[in-house]
Design a protein around this ligand. Structure first.
Ligand code: ADP
Length: 226
């Protein structure tokens, strides 16, 4: 992997969802270059394709056309298993809906990415990640026994437990009340800065966008400087 390459490089990215009568052309040529350690907010109206863009960056879906390179690695050249390995080694993803495993404790949820990677230090690292989000006292609790803000902190611990170089976040405060959302976002920004990770944050909230080093608006299928 090229150590000098940008964290994120998108060229002419297009995504069309097929449909017999009405194919939906969501991304119509998105270009973006993010240096390592930059934090970028993507704003834009609902339905403009923000989640689609994040899913493509996360390798959860494939573009219709165009190029995605992360840290110099073109994702288009990777097979599905190689893409899954690349994601596990380089990315953490936080969703609005937390997506925790309901039958696993906070500690088990936080250690899951490392368990999958068969990391022998999984449990210790997960304890460390839970401590970094202030949840050491909740290790043995199930998601149903935690508040929304605590669930999102577990999800952040899970996303960061592998020390990813790129964090993708889709409206992480969207399911939380204003005060809790602000606390969770402050925590997220401080952990990203501490680890010098690159962040791409989808948000409706101008206050959180202001905390990013760069801001973009997705509209009409294209990404523009905000
Ligand atoms: P945002 O995150 O900005 O709200 P999305 O990326 O979720 O936007 O959606 C962009 C557009 O793509 C919407 O019109 C949505 O209906 C459409 N879309 C999203 N996913 C699919 C899919 N799997 N199949 C067809 N259309 C989709």
């Amino acid at each position: 992997m090229n150590e000098a390459a940008p964290a994120v490089l998108l060229r002419g990215l297009r995504k069309t969802y097929p449909h017999a009568e009405n194919p939906v052309e969501v991304l119509k040529g998105v270009d973006l270059r993010l240096a390592r350690g930059e934090t970028a907010a993507v704003l834009g109206p609902s339905g403009s394709g923000k989640s689609t863009l994040l899913a493509l960056l996360g390798g959860l879906d494939r573009p219709t056309a165009g190029e995605i390179s992360l840290f110099g690695e073109p994702l288009g050249g990777l097979s599905e298993p190689a893409l899954a390995r690349f994601r596990a080694a380089n990315m953490g993803i936080v969703f609005q809906q937390f997506h925790l495993m309901p039958h696993m404790t906070a500690l088990e949820n936080a250690s899951l990415p490392l368990e999958i990677a068969r990391d022998p230090g999984a449990e210790d690292k997960a304890r460390g990640a839970l401590a970094s989000v202030g949840l050491s006292h909740r290790e043995d609790h199930l998601p149903g026994e935690l508040s929304g803000g605590e669930c999102q902190r577990v999800a952040i611990a899970r996303a960061l437990v592998t020390s990813p170089r790129l964090l993708l976040a889709d409206e992480p405060s969207g399911n939380l009340d204003v005060r809790t959302g602000r606390q969770v976002m402050d925590l997220l920004f401080s952990l990203v800065a501490e680890r010098r990770a690159t962040l791409l944050l989808v948000t409706h909230n101008p206050e959180f966008a202001e905390k990013c080093s760069r801001r973009f608006v997705l509209a009409e299928g294209r990404l523009a400087d905000a």
